[in-house]
Every structure is written in C-alpha cells, then in structure tokens.
Design a protein around this ligand. Sequence first.
Ligand code: UD1
Ligand code: CA
Length: 456
Amino acid sequence: MIDQNFGALVLAAGKGTRMHCQRPKVLMELLGEPMLWYLYQSLAPVFEDRVWTVVGHQADELRQAFPGHAGRMIVQEPQLGTGHALRTALPELRRAGLSRLLVVNGDTPLLPHSILTHFLSESVLRDTQLAFLTLVLEEPGPYGRVVRAQGKIKAIVEAKDYDEERYGPEPQEVNAGIYCLDLDAVEPLLGLISQENRSGEYYITDLVGLAVERGLSVEGLDQGCDPHLMGINTPAELVQAEEVLRQDLVRRWLERGVIVRSPESARIGPRVRLEPGAQVAGPCEIVGETVVECCASVMGHTFIKNSVLRRGAVVHPFSHLDSAEVGPDSQVGPFARLRPGAVLESDVRVGNFVEVKKSRLARGTKASHLSYLGDSEIGEDVNVGAGTITCNYAGRMKHKTVIGKGAFIGSNSALVAPVPVGRDALVGAGSVLTKDVPAGEMAIARGRQRHGARKG
Ligand code: UD1
Ligand code: CA
C-alpha cells in the first residue's frame, strides 16, 4: 500500500506557549516517554525511515532526544504557522522524491495505528488529493471547525476566525490535525495561503478551502469523539491524554494475564514488559525498559524505572528502583532504594532504609536494615548488619568494597574502602575498618568500653 514516494511529516516547531514551559512541547512526557516518541512509534511501521520533522528554535534538544531522526529534522525559523511549517519542509521532501505526504501535528501523540492505516488506505484507494481526519466534539473548543454543505467539505475555519454569519451555526465537527496530501495537487496552493486571520499566521487548514475552490477531491474522515486524537496544548490536556494512555496500557496487561490490583492508580509506561502471572499493585509507577517476570510482584507505592525483576522477586511498598536488577526470589523493601547498577542475585534480601548503588549482592545475602552499600562486590550468604556503611568516596575517587562469601558484618560498621573482607570473616559491631580482614578472621575496630564512677 505504501510506496517509496509516500512519506510523513511531523509538525513540531510550535512554541507550545499554552504549556508555559521552556522545553519543546513535544518533549513533554506521557508515562515517561516524550510525546514525539509515541508518534515515531506509530509512524515507523508504516513509513520506515521516511519520516521528517519540522522543528523550531530548540532543534538541538530534539536532535539529542532522537538522534535517529536528527538527519530528517527541518528547521522552521521563525515559526509563522502550520502552513508555513509545511512550506518550509516541502523543498526537502520533494528532493527526497515524495509525491504523497501524511502530515501530523506533533501534539497528537496517541494516534492509534488502526486509525492511521485505515486513513491512509482510504486516501490512497479513493485517490483523494487532500484528506484529513475529523472529530465530533460536544464542545469544539479551540479546534478548527469543519464547514460542510450537503455533507461535502467546504473549508476548515479556525475557532478564532469563525463567523456564523458567513459559515452558518458552529459545527461540532472539528479538524484533528492529521492530513494526507497529494503533493502535485497541493503544492501550487501553498503560495496562496495568507496571514490574514486573527492569529496573523499561515494556516495549513486554509489549504482545504483553496483545494475545494479549485475542484480538487477533498475528504474529511470522521472519527467521532475518539480521545486518542485530541491535541495536547495545555497541562490539563497533557494529563487527560496521559490518563487515556494509562487506561489503555493497564487494560492491555490485564487482558494478557497480568494481575493489576487497584488498576486505577497503576502507571505503567509503554516500554515496560510484564509477563503473564506477574503481579502489580497501584499506586505505582513502572516506567522505561522495566521487565517484571512471571510470579514476580510489585506492591503499591513503588517507583521502578529501567529495572528487571526476575521470577518470584518481590518489591515491597515504598521502594524506589532505578536501573537495578532483582534476582529470582529476592525481596526488596519496604522503603528500600536500589540505584543504578544494583544487582541482587537470587534469594537476596534488601530491607528497609537500605540504599544500594553499583553493587552486586550474591545469592542468599541479606542487608535487612539501614545500610548504604555502594561500589561493592558482596559474596554469597553474607550478613550485612544494620547500619553498615561502605565508605566508598574519599573526596576524589570512588573505591570498591569486596566482601567474601559467608562473611558477617556486625551492626553499625563503616568499611572505609578499599578494605577487602575475606571469606567467612567476622567484623565486630561498631567497627570502623581501615585495614583488610583476611579470610576466616575476626576484626573489631572500635574503642574499648571503659567504666568509672559516675560524677555529679
Ligand atoms: C491546529 C489546527 C486546528 C486543529 C488542531 C488539532 C491549524 C492552523 N490549526 O490547531 O485546525 O483543530 O490543530 O489539534 O493548523 N507548528 C509548527 N510550526 C508553527 C506552528 C505550529 O510546526 O509555526 C506545530 C506545533 O508544534 C504543533 C502543530 O504544528 O505540533 C499544531 O500547532 P498548534 O499551534 O498546536 O495548532 P492548534 O492551535 O492546536
Ligand atoms: Ca495543537
């Protein structure tokens, strides 16, 4: 259906003024991924690499966020409206040999794949020269109004410019901002768009009236009130769209055999992979490339990003995991923090108020309470007592702590790295270790308890 002359253009150069934010609007996130990511995801299977993006003054930020798309980003400077954005991009698209173009507003990230492919096949089959998607809204708000006469498209008139005397009573049908253009037919019209409107901008929507006047075939494909096609212009619209997406994703996981308790408060990002038989309870936020394997369980009030939970692992409430791996049957929390590079092998226990960073804890090891374990390599079946701290930072360099299999670290010990603690060694409670502890030995490094008469 889609040939090499058919490409897509995302309009993403707008300032996003209504969002009151310095960052490009299309980089604002829904469930941990930028708006633009979602659009690229739905366009890639259809258009492969024939996807161009019109970007504005923060072009560098967008290029950094999507290096794979950077080569096809076209700068529109200044931003004089959606019609001007298309006009700016057209020479490059023509040089690339395109003759048919899908244009999508960058602030409509939830465009469903099924609607996209239906729209494209309808436009191609009917050989429509200008087609666009429409919505029917009880309150048409700021959307462009679709003007029809006897069912036939006449024009799109922007909300600000709508004049009932000229166009009749306001319709509820509005423009969704997704167009399919036959470039040979539409290109000559681009120079005819004017800035004579309330915004003083060149509107892409003016192409519709111009095309109708010249007898081109123009179609508006009605999608009812599908919330996936809503544009995101304001913070309120951002969270509404995020909620639509959130519900879609939770429903999908339930259908695939994942137990999602309190589903109304489970936030699960689009790149997360949950195996059937995994359990998740809201409220929680699981984002990035997280994997939760079968029989693993995430309890409520947790945040998990880019982490892996192997079979039977349990993350108890109020835990925070970022780029960590929790091995089979290991237990984390409540109130634990696993930072990047924390790797728990199988049957490990990391309890309340334990922070682990860039450390590997081997099978059966326990750090049950109040510890900081950073830059360390901890062998199997080690007992890390309450209050153990690996002092890994000497002001300039980080040093590694290595603790051998079966060692026992007494409570409230500070291990001033680098101090290897050998296999089966024992460290007495309250020690500040600055020297190596050989395998099988006991070390105590603390002041002796002294007694004397109480004064006063
Ligand atoms: C636009 C449509 C409106 C439609 C609505 C659907 C126009 C004139 N109006 O209105 O009919 O109902 O979308 O959501 O097109 N952009 C650029 N360069 C610019 C200006 C905007 O690339 O100079 C980009 C923006 O980043 C945005 C998209 O175009 O992603 C749409 O612009 P926006 O200002 O949001 O248009 P709306 O007022 O929502
Ligand atoms: Ca918009």
